[in-house]
Design a binder for this molecule. Structure first.
Ligand code: NAD
Ligand code: UD1
Length: 340
């Protein structure tokens, strides 16, 4: 019999791509999502792509009664935990929402898991927990830094509380996956990133400029000590990221304690290199202006992916061109995202 995996936040950007990968690999999937930043249409599209359906429960990870019912009625063997809020600027304006959803929500989820005897958890962390590293590429054994905003602090807090939890009870087997910069969309063009309002992140912004929804990109700073003065990041295709989750889920089965893996490509690109690559893939111009640095940004950040390669047998396989053409296919086929 196949395993049943609970995916919190499974209607969202990374969660929907991972739900698809799980279904394609033969898992049964239960998605729990309150739809605060997503549409149930994403899961309909997932079903269209693979011909299999995840079970969808609209609900909140902070709802202990709901979680207890869910674990009691389904034979869940592990949890992939994506649910949370992720907008850095909003986290500065509404810190309590971030601590409540991301930190308190994770506490409630873990309490319900322990109550149900489910101890395998894969958590969506972020390279933001490294703060401002002095050396590149970033390895998992680098000390965590001081995140510059409540969103980043909420991720670090959850990492630390999960470490404490695993120390308190050896049955816990936990993977902390530190994502670098997820981009791209499923090759079908049916699912992708559908940000609310004006995007904060680079690639959604670029693609909305290319489609004519936004006038021009603001490039935040061209005086960094990088290849062309603009910020450098490790962009990773969301389908590679989804595959990394499956590997982590399988690798920690029957294990004990916390394992940490970077999910990145090991290759950095500057903002201007991204603009150029997107123009090439889409055939659309992306006008931009140079503006001052964005507070809290670091100059450059890329992963050493060697630990994930050695221990998970996982490596990102999709390059920049694929990230760009898949983003454009999704954006041009769905100019309004999931809201037809
Ligand atoms: P997303 O907003 O598309 O997905 C998150 C999903 O969680 C949404 O569908 C939302 O409706 C749901 N959700 C939020 N709060 C909830 C709650 N209390 N109960 C139930 N559902 C809830 O974001 P994403 O980009 O897919 O990110 C997924 C995870 O990965 C997040 O935890 C995010 O912090 C983390 N992460 C994302 C990035 C990135 O660049 N996208 C980078 C590093 C880490
Ligand atoms: C940001 C968050 C980080 C979060 C990640 C994924 C900050 C400080 N960091 O990372 O905590 O985990 O998103 O959600 O917000 N850029 C522009 N113009 C734009 C947008 C971005 O020039 O309109 C530049 C940035 O300065 C940066 C690069 O593009 O150099 C990537 O930015 P972004 O996509 O926002 O990701 P990060 O800043 O790496």
């Amino acid at each position: 019999m196949s395993e049943t995996i609970l995916v919190t936040g499974g209607a969202g950007y990374i969660g929907s791509h991972t739900t698809l990968a799980l279904l394609e690999a033969g898992y049964e999937v239960v998605v729990l999502d309150n739809l605060c930043n997503s549409s149930p249409e994403s899961l309909q599209r997932v079903a269209r792509i693979c011909g299999k359906q995840a079970e969808f429960i609209q609900g909140d990870i902070r709802d202990r009664v709901l979680l207890d019912e869910l674990f009691a009625s389904k034979n869940i063997s592990a949890v992939l935990h994506f649910a949370g809020l992720k907008a850095v600027g909003e986290s500065v304006a509404k810190p309590l929402s971030y601590y409540e959803n991301n930190v308190a929500g994770s506490v409630t989820l873990c309490q319900a898991m322990a109550h149900a005897g489910v101890y395998r958890l894969v958590f969506s962390s972020s390279a933001t927990v490294y703060g401002e590293p002095t050396q590149m590429p970033i390895r998992e054994d680098f000390p965590t830094g001081i995140p510059t905003n409540p969103y980043g602090r909420s991720k670090l807090m959850v990492e630390e509380l999960l470490q404490d939890l695993a120390r308190s009870e050896p049955r816990w087997s936990i993977a902390l996956l530190r994502y670098f910069n997820p981009v791209g969309a499923h090759t079908s063009g049916l699912i992708g990133e559908d940000p609310n309002g004006i995007p904060n992140n680079l690639l959604p912004y670029i693609s909305q400029v290319a489609i004519g929804k936004l006038k021009q990109l603001s490039v935040f700073g061209n005086d960094y000590a990088t290849v062309d003065g603009t910020g450098v990041r490790d962009y990773i295709h969301v389908q590679d990221l989804a595959d990394g989750h499956l590997k982590a889920l399988q690798t920690i089965a029957g294990d004990s304690g916390v394992k940490i893996w970077n999910l990145g490509t090991g290759q950095g690109y500057s903002v201007l290199q991204m603009v150029q690559a997107f123009e090439k893939a889409s055939g659309q111009p992306v006008p931009y202006q140079l503006v001052p640095r964005r507070p809290g940004d670091i100059a450059e950040c890329w992963a050493d992916p060697a630990k994930a390669a050695a221990e998970l047998g996982w490596k990102a396989t999709r390059g920049l061109e694929e990230m760009m053409s898949d983003t454009w296919r999704w954006q041009s086929a769905n100019p309004q995202g999931y809201a037809h």
